[in-house]
Design a protein around this ligand. Structure first.
Ligand code: 2IT
Length: 447
């Protein structure tokens, strides 16, 4: 395999699909050396097959807004790879959603799911529907219209969607209700991230953030450090940021910043429980403004418009919002302000130049597909509970989540340890995930 040749071919075939091509490039660069030591991979054309989704469903979603006006959006489900299990991955509702975005997310999901140790293939879906400013009734009607098409593509043994940006417990509830109505099948395991009254798992809402902090704990431990007393800048204020704030605070760190599309809130004394609870109110308001935190807690949080979380002095940066949210300039600013660790929680949150800058300048860095895998891992645990028709206790789920995050850290160390003893977590995560999927593809023949 030659990365340059494959990228030239893919860029010509999928012009303008920037995020998808970026994700492919990152993974292929990491695995090139290992791949070329396995002639059986080359013979079965594993790379050429693994970069293309198995199939993509595209559909029109038409619904009526509160003013009685007809609205049309596009819906998608990208079923990327099923070599190790049924398709699994979230749904993203965001105005910027394109096939390229969902292809990058489905590609990443394939390797992430392999790292979880659970048998789940990779998928992603969503819509260019913009939840900002929408009423609860509009959200419900959109979810129902979206499921009118999606239901034929999914099922508990085929494809199990969950939440992502813009899709939380409320949306999963509406989607699940419509699925049951259409399919007349009353499985509890067609979607994950469900409410506790209809098959949800304890800790699924917290799991991405909790898992990220468990991973960070193991990464710091390996580097002879810990979380106690450290300052953390978190970007975003949604579900992932919320879980990260809870666990970071519980483990003795101080979250000194959260952010939104409108700017950043600096919280010098660290975020409090009341403020963390208020993040849920901010999310369900659909206003998408972090300034609401400073308005509610003026003594504790200071809002600056147009600034990112990376402008706040911290020890550890946790991007928890959106792809490419941390640029090389942000990385330089963080480092200049004393930041020495960045655990990427959002999918592909850091631009490639930012990752290279961190790695060259001694800032510990771990990629999203390892750090944020606790979310989908706990979805896998939800599927297990659904299949067995039972519910585990919070402690049982938490212990399993922690064990999985520890195993993901160990896989990164196993595949990413360099000659000088340091760990390249990007390489480690990509190689570990790839080897599992590639082996499964090889053993199942040319399909
Ligand atoms: O990016 C992700 O891993 C998710 N949005 C969660 C997917 C899932 O199936 O729980």
């Amino acid at each position: 395999m030659n990365v340059q040749n494959i990228m030239t071919y893919l860029s010509a075939k999928h012009p303008g699909e920037a995020e998808y091509l970026q994700a492919c490039q990152e993974v292929l660069e990491s695995i090139e050396e290992v791949y070329n030591k396995h002639p059986e991979f080359e013979k079965a054309k594993i790379v050429e097959r693994i970069v293309e989704p198995d199939r993509i469903f595209t559909f029109r979603v038409t619904w009526v807004d509160d003013k009685g006006e007809v609205q049309t959006n596009l819906g998608y489900r990208v079923q990327f790879n099923s070599a190790i299990g049924p398709y699994k991955g979230g749904l993203r509702f965001h105005k910027a959603v394109t096939p390229s975005m969902l292809k990058f997310l489905g590609f990443e999901q394939t390797f992430k799911n392999a790292l979880t140790t659970l048998p789940m293939g990779g998928a992603k879906g969503g819509s260019d529907f913009d939840p900002v400013g929408k009423s609860d009734a509009e959200i419900m009607r959109f979810c129902q219209a979206f499921m009118l098409e999606l239901w034929q593509c999914i099922g508990p043994d085929q494809d199990i969607p969950a939440g992502d940006v813009g899709v939380g417990g409320r949306e999963i509830g509406y989607l699940n209700g419509m699925y049951q109505k259409l399919a007349r099948e009353y499985h509890t395991g067609v979607l994950t991230g469900k409410g506790m009254t209809f098959g949800g798992s304890l800790l699924r809402p917290e799991a991405t953030g909790f898992g990220a902090l468990y991973f960070t704990h193991h990464l710091l431990e390996k580097a002879g450090k810990d979380l106690k007393g450290k300052t953390i800048a978190v970007s975003g204020f949604g579900n992932v940021a919320w879980g990260a704030c809870i666990k970071a605070t519980e483990l003795g760190a101080k979250v000194v910043a959260i952010s939104g599309p409108d700017g950043v809130c600096h919280i010098p004394d660290g975020i409090t429980k009341e403020m963390i609870d208020y993040m849920l109110v901010m999310r369900s308001s659909n206003r998408n403004k972090v300034q609401d935190m400073a308005d509610k807690f003026p003594d504790k949080a200071k809002f600056t418009a147009g600034k990112k979380a990376w402008s706040i002095k911290c020890d550890i940066a946790l991007p928890c919002a959106f792809q490419n949210e941390l640029s090389e300039d942000d990385a330089k600013e963080l480092k200049a302000n004393g930041c020495w660790c960045c655990c990427e929680v959002s999918n592909m949150g850091c631009q490639p130049e930012a990752i290279h800058y961190f790695q060259k300048n001694g800032v510990l860095f771990a990629p999203g597909k390892a750090v944020n895998a606790g979310g989908v891992a706990t979805s896998g645990l939800e599927m297990t509970q659904n299949a067995a028709h039972l519910n585990w206790s919070e402690k049982e789920v938490d212990d399993k989540l922690h064990t999985i995050m520890q195993s993901i850290h160990e896989q990164c160390v196993q595949f990413g340890t360099q000659a000088d003893g340091s760990v390249d977590y990007v390489k480690g995560a990509n190689i570990a995930g790839f080897m599992k999927v590639a082996q499964a593809m090889l053993e199942q023949g040319i399909v």
